[in-house]
Design a protein around this ligand. Structure first.
Ligand code: UDP
Length: 453
């Protein structure tokens, strides 16, 4: 190993950021780099090495004491995380320098743009990592530059003039913080700030792949040193085949893996609707009840992830009522589930990881976006990549049970479902190509690695 083959990877501490950045970290390790993965944690343990990939995991505190609720105030949370990272990171870099293998690059989450100056201040290059697609970053960039005006009413639409490839975007298709800026001023600032210093960044990494956003790629590459390195889905899942090892490598979640997979094993191919809204979306109680009724009414088998904090909102006796038709779990091994042949469609909130996972594994989708970039992802999923449908919500955002039934019917059985399935197969092949040896993302990762060696 040559001097300087070290790289630090620093995600924002949320599932949708940790997952793709840890997968990217594994890819870097597989190409011979020695990554240190900095994990902002509420209960930091001493540093340790992962067994298989020999990645050093370096937990640091999130700045909250035991008993304090970090989710009370977003600004406070961001400030404390920033303070803690600024405290711990220089020491880590210094130690790495002293150990004779100094880090060359800091790969940092786009939601913490101030890390660019921290990297430069310590003689490291700064590689920003976007866990959202270019279509979303492009919109934020134009809003930042003042060259895009958000439609004021739900019915108005607007296109980004510089991107003829963009479909017409209604207010309901835009990232939610733009249209509901008054409700989430802090979130709006954070998402726009991601682009604030992109013109000075040394490398811009994005969890997408060239063909998926082909038309935008020309534009973003004309501005920044862009490398699309996704999908970060581990390649063993991209064959829609489960790994040989029945432990699936997830010792922590083995019981849950087994529960889901055994249930899926007993079902026919393409007969199950998998339902998950990611790690953050909170549905109102009436929406949960309606969704529960809708899923039951479809008559299909369904595997529904309902986080423990949400189970109270399910109808009483629901599990008894649905019997063998449905399985409700508090967490699912999503990649294993999506890769399972029994899964025929994915009802998703369209978080970027979930969208990319569904698309890469060739599973037709039903988009039920909630907030942040999910509406935009849903728009592209339905209208550009054509791998699913999006539920039509009432004016107040409520989705009726009949709409759930209609969408499931359309995707699982309808004529348009056949077209969707064909497109899903196409994108699955393209996603796999991108990360296979010699594919566009694989080449980008090689290029990135060669910059560090
Ligand atoms: N996920 C999972 N099991 C679950 C729920 C989520 O493995 O029960 C994973 C999912 O595969 C994805 C991530 O968590 O990689 C969620 O990210 P996404 O961007 O879709 O949504 P977010 O949670 O950020 O809203």
């Amino acid at each position: 190993m040559r001097q300087g083959s070290h790289v630090i990877v620093l995600p924002f501490p949320g599932q949708g950021h940790l997952t793709p950045m840890s997968q990217f970290c594994k890819r870097l390790a597989s190409k011979g780099l020695k990554p240190t993965f900095v994990l902002v944690s509420d209960k930091p343990s001493p540093p340790y090495k992962t067994e298989i990939d020999s990645i050093t995991v370096f937990p640091i505190p999130n700045g909250f004491k035991d008993g304090e609720d970090p989710l009370q105030d977003l600004d406070d949370y961001m400030e404390r995380v920033e303070r803690s990272i600024k405290n711990c990171l220089p020491e880590l870099i210094q130690d790495m320098k002293l150990s004779g293998n100094p880090p060359r690059v800091l790969v940092y989450d786009s939601t913490m743009p101030w890390l660019l100056d921290v990297a430069h201040g310590h003689g490291l290059s700064g590689a920003v990592f976007f866990t959202q697609p270019w279509l979303v970053s492009a919109i934020y960039y134009h809003v930042l530059k003042g060259s895009y005006s958000v439609p004021y009413t739900k019915y108005a639409h607007s296109t980004l003039a510089s991107f003829p490839s963009f479909p017409m975007l209604n207010a309901k298709d835009l990232p939610s913080f733009l249209c509901e800026s008054a409700s989430y001023p802090n979130m709006l600032r954070i998402v726009i700030d991601q682009l604030s210093n992109i013109d000075r960044v040394d490398v811009v990494l994005c969890n997408t792949f060239d063909k998926l956003e082909e038309k935008l790629l020309t534009w973003v590459q004309s501005l920044w040193p862009v490398m699309n390195i996704g999908p970060t889905v581990p390649s063993m899942y991209l064959d829609k085949r489960l790994p040989e090892d029945k432990n699936y490598g997830f010792s922590l979640f083995n019981a849950k893996v087994a529960e889901c997979i055994e249930w899926l094993n007993s079902k026919q191919p393409n007969s199950v609707v998998y339902v998950s809204f990611g790690s953050l979306v909170i549905l109102k109680e009436d929406q949960m009840l309606e969704l529960a009724a809708g899923l039951k009414q479809t008559g299909c088998f369904f595997l529904w992830v309902v986080r423990e904090t949400e189970t109270d909102k399910l109808p009483k006796n629901y599990t008894d009522e649905i019997g063998e038709k449905g399985l409700i779990v508090s967490w699912s091994p999503q990649l294993e589930v999506l890769a399972h042949e029994s899964v025929g469609c994915f009802l998703t909130h369209c978080g970027w990881n979930s969208t990319l996972e569904g698309l890469s594994l060739g599973v037709p989708m039903i988009g039920m976006p909630h907030w942040t970039d999910q509406p935009t992802n849903a728009k592209f999923m339905e209208d550009v990549w054509k791998v699913g449908v999006r539920v039509k919500a009432e004016d107040d955002g409520f989705v009726r049970r009949e709409e759930i039934v209609r969408c499931v019917g359309e995707v699982m059985e309808g004529e348009s479902g056949k077209e969707i399935r064909k497109n899903s197969e196409k994108w699955k092949v393209l996603a796999r190509e991108a990360v296979s040896e010699g594919g566009s993302s694989d080449k980008s990762i090689d290029e990135f690695v060669s910059m560090i060696f």
